[in-house]
Design a protein around this ligand. Structure first.
Ligand SMILES: Cc1ncc(C[n+]2csc(CCOP(=O)(O)OP(=O)(O)O)c2C)c(N)n1
Ligand SMILES: [Mg+2]
Length: 361
């Protein structure tokens, strides 16, 4: 009988639920990075709460949130440089906010209005922005994994000192694209970091029905890829691991697989009802491991954050986000002609004809 224990991976964790850092942690993060990381996670959470309400009010068609998983996106973005390319799955809006995408930019995307960079051609939560090197989310999961591998290989060929990082869920690791991307990157030694957010569920499918192994991590060594598993709610553990992964990639020792153990505290999306499948008590267990609270408690102990600063931040965020929503609400829809633009250099006659019909109708 094959001994599955050889495939067990330890989880690196430094910051506990009381906000105390383990003595084993020698990783130092600048105070301003920690404070910006905390603020960015708070901004991400409040925006998520607001967009779900907007969907319930019928103002937008769809929304999903990264509730409880904010550290995966934000600590990762904090460890990388703007020149590194990021391929999100969809639950990583924190990367956008870290890189300077404003609440207003995000709301234009959620409303799909005339100021949305994609002019409403994508679903809500399908963000992306060329200026900050974040490649637009695409609905079919896993497709970005080979794209990121190819992008990283191009960086290597061009001798750039950058990496590509691809986020995906544990559910996406069941796609063929996952293996294609890992195999290609391993053979070409592409400087790519595969960042798997294992949040326990793929819509209603629990991770125990996704694979028989100890999570996604064992897939790495199977492809000859160095692999790390981290506590996905621990800003310090993620930051250290992503930095190390980047260093290894730039030394020619990539690709790297990271599996971040976390939990999807919200519904999959506004089209889902997790009370139908979530076992009792599971959510409460994970609420105690909240990544934002852990970092806040740490910052308070270090005298880097206070109740007064917290109150001010919450007021500022609310004002900023409410104003962003009002702007997006009052922005016109994209022009109808955008339906046929930006694909062909010269728009084919048949499409012009169809546009005329739409405009007349
Ligand atoms: C190729 C493909 N199959 C199915 C779907 C429908 N779908 C959307 S999200 C999702 C679950 C993804 O789970 P996971 O990768 O774990 O990410 P999470 O939502 O948990 O962050 C599925 C099955 C899809 N978008 N694309
Ligand atoms: Mg998942």
């Amino acid at each position: 009988m094959f001994d599955m224990d050889v495939l067990k991976f330890p989880t690196l964790s430094y910051l506990n639920e009381k906000g105390t850092l383990s003595a084993k942690c020698h990783h130092v993060i600048d105070n301003d990075v920690l404070v910006k990381g905390y603020q960015t996670m708070c901004r991400t959470r409040m925006i998520d709460e607001k967009v779900i309400t907007l969907q319930r009010q019928g103002a937008i068609t769809f929304a999903l949130s990264s509730l409880g998983e904010e550290a995966c996106a934000v600590a990762t973005a904090a460890a990388l440089k703007l020149a590194d390319w990021i391929y999100p799955q969809y639950r990583e809006s924190g990367v956008m906010f870290w890189r300077g995408f404003r609440a207003e930019d995000y709301m234009h995307q959620m409303f799909g209005d005339a100021k949305d960079l994609a002019l409403g051609r994508q679903m809500p939560n399908h963000f992306g922005c060329r200026d900050i090197n974040v490649v637009t989310v695409s609905s079919p999961i896993g497709t970005k994994i080979p794209h990121a591998a190819g992008c990283a290989y191009a960086m290597k060929v061009l001798k750039e000192k950058t990496v590509a990082l691809c986020f995906f869920g544990e559910g996406a690791s069941s796609e063929g694209d996952f293996h294609v991307g890992l195999r290609f990157a391993a053979v070409r030694k592409a400087p790519v970091i595969f960042f798997c957010r294992n949040n326990g569920y793929a819509i209603s499918t629990p991770e125990r029905r996704q694979f028989v192994t100890d999570g996604v991590a064992p897939e790495g060594p199977g492809h000859g890829i160095r692999t790390f598993r981290v506590d996905g709610n621990d800003f310090f553990a993620i930051h250290e691991t992503v930095l190390k992964a980047k260093e290894l990639c730039l030394k020619g020792e990539g690709p790297i697989l990271i599996e971040a153990m976390t939990y999807r505290r919200g519904a999959h999306s506004t089209s889902d009802d997790p009370s139908r499948y979530r076992p009792k008590g599971e959510l409460e267990k994970w609420e105690k491991k909240d990544p934002i609270l852990r970092l806040r408690l740490y910052l308070e102990k270090q005298k880097l954050w206070s109740d007064k600063q917290e109150k001010k931040l919450q007021v500022q965020l609310k004002e900023e986000i409410d104003a962003a929503i009002e702007i997006a609400r009052n922005t016109p829809r994209p022009p109808k002609r955008s339906l046929i633009e930006d694909v062909y250099r010269e728009v084919p006659a048949a499409l012009i004809e169809q546009l005329n019909e739409v405009e007349d109708g």
